[in-house]
Design a protein around this ligand. Sequence first.
Ligand SMILES: Cc1cc2nc3c(=O)[nH]c(=O)nc-3n(C[C@H](O)[C@H](O)[C@H](O)COP(=O)(O)OP(=O)(O)OC[C@H]3O[C@@H](n4cnc5c(N)ncnc54)[C@H](O)[C@@H]3O)c2cc1C
Length: 566
Amino acid sequence: MLRLVTKQILSQTSKRTFQFQNKAPSLCFNQQRIISSRRTIFTNPNMSEEYDLVVIGGGSGGSAMARRSAEYGAKVCVIEQGATRDANGMRTGAGVGGTCVNVGCVPKKLMFMAAQQRESMVGPVSVAKGYGFDVPESAGKFDWEGVKAKRDAYVTMLNGMYLKNWGKAGIETHTGIASFEDANTVKVTSPEGVKTLKAKKVLIACGGKPSTLPIPGAEHTISSDGFFDLEHQPKKCAVIGAGYIAVEMAGILHGVGTETHLYFRGETVMRRGFDPFIVKSLMHSLEHHGPHLHKNSTPEKIEKHEDGTMTLTTADGKSESGFDCILVATGRTPVTDLLNLEKAGVKTDKGGRIEVDAYENTNVENVFAIGDATTTGYELTPVAIAAGRRLGDRLYNNEPRARIDYKTIATVVFSHPVIGMIGLSEPQAIEEFGAENIVVKEAKFSSMIYAFNDADNKVETCFKVVLQGKDEVVVGLHCIGPLSDELMQGFAIAVRMGATRADFEASVAIHPTIGEEFVTFGGWGQKKTAEGTKIPLLPPYITKTEPSKAEIEAQIAVLQLKLSKM
Ligand SMILES: Cc1cc2nc3c(=O)[nH]c(=O)nc-3n(C[C@H](O)[C@H](O)[C@H](O)COP(=O)(O)OP(=O)(O)OC[C@H]3O[C@@H](n4cnc5c(N)ncnc54)[C@H](O)[C@@H]3O)c2cc1C
């Protein structure tokens, strides 16, 4: 793909003089190309090129920063290793567009939606029959191969869009593995050779990779990356892990009809960062309609048999056989080990994550880092993108204040059912503000989607708001249930703006929807006093008093004074 595009390249040495003859990007392997009109001239491959900004990693964060900086006139290149694989065929590089596009959010969401379609037709929580559809037995048969082909084509289309957008922005692309020679010199190693780039500034946006499981037989397992390579649907699959990726993968496999077993160490999955009320509801749904759960299980060994199936044995001595796939999703590690960070003097924490401050500065001047490979604590595409864009604004558009706010970032887990959350869980809020300053409101119900299902075959929906202080500011908002993913974005804006419970309850409900429950919490605009009496909770349009005439006149006087001094 890259080579094909290379042939059409028209680019030149300076961004400021770009005259694009077509929209394809400039791809530099081990030759430097200086191009005039439609002729490509190759120059000395050993000659180093100089950029305002060298970006390591063409994923969510790197691409965002590169494009924003190029837009402001910086001479930028992206180094992306591409969708490389090791000797065993395991993917080592995500490829153009990074994890999200190739082995993360995008292909995952497509598979999640496939699972959702099937779940609506067949299985314990299906609704199609209830709504009067004659669902044939064959409705649950899933065309894995067909969907994989379409999914791969969709990803390829996105790869092309990334390249096209980089080209349009005048960004050059170098394919190979980047590593530091010093803080201003980056080496690109590819099968074609080694190339040296000079950089006024360097951005590290190299992302992460799946962790491996140090047990005998681990070589027979796959990771979430490998999941997207599976040519055929597994018949019986074990998913190992308790984090969101394990939960999502197990939900997808179960949803498309694979016999799925989820192994995790504690009593519940997703024990870190999620509100216990939501986790309890997730466990309820998993236990009633989800994959087979193996709680308190620590995998000890995996044996592969002659017929290709595997047996998984856990530390408590229990074994389960017949797996044709075992997927390990026990966390991710940053891929900073390839970068020779010590040559640039860039500091990492013990886990290899690059230490950054609130402005994405590393400890080395003119070396910056964003995204999954940093210590910011968020591994989400929009976070990496926002951080990249803000950094571009700061470095190349004279906006020293520009930075991402790592507080109140909303997130969704595509579990079955979906989880949405923003802000603090109840335990986190208590830790931050003290128990006496926190009030929570919780609701549990089954949405109207399941109106015609038996009680046992309904999916639970749970909502929770965490309120702080006498103004009852919403510092946490959590939901689990159908459509929680789509619900969350609008509420995220309100929470960021400092909405209070009174603001929520002053918003008249949209009926009948699931989301209306968030604005009809508690007493629909009523509040209980300490004595237990109910009193009206006056909405902000009543309590926020208009400024008096004298106040308005005073404000005008101040403005006039300022104007007279200009
Ligand atoms: C299964 C899965 C599902 C996910 N689902 C979601 C989701 O639903 N929503 C969400 O917001 N996030 C999701 N994420 C997380 C999201 O994909 C990441 O947070 C995001 O991609 C991080 O962006 P980044 O720029 O830091 O790194 P990446 O996007 O990983 O990009 C890094 C790039 O750098 C390249 N690279 C690495 N080292 C080098 C080197 N030395 N030289 C050259 N190139 C190099 C890699 O090949 C890669 O392309 C998911 C992740 C996974 C694994």
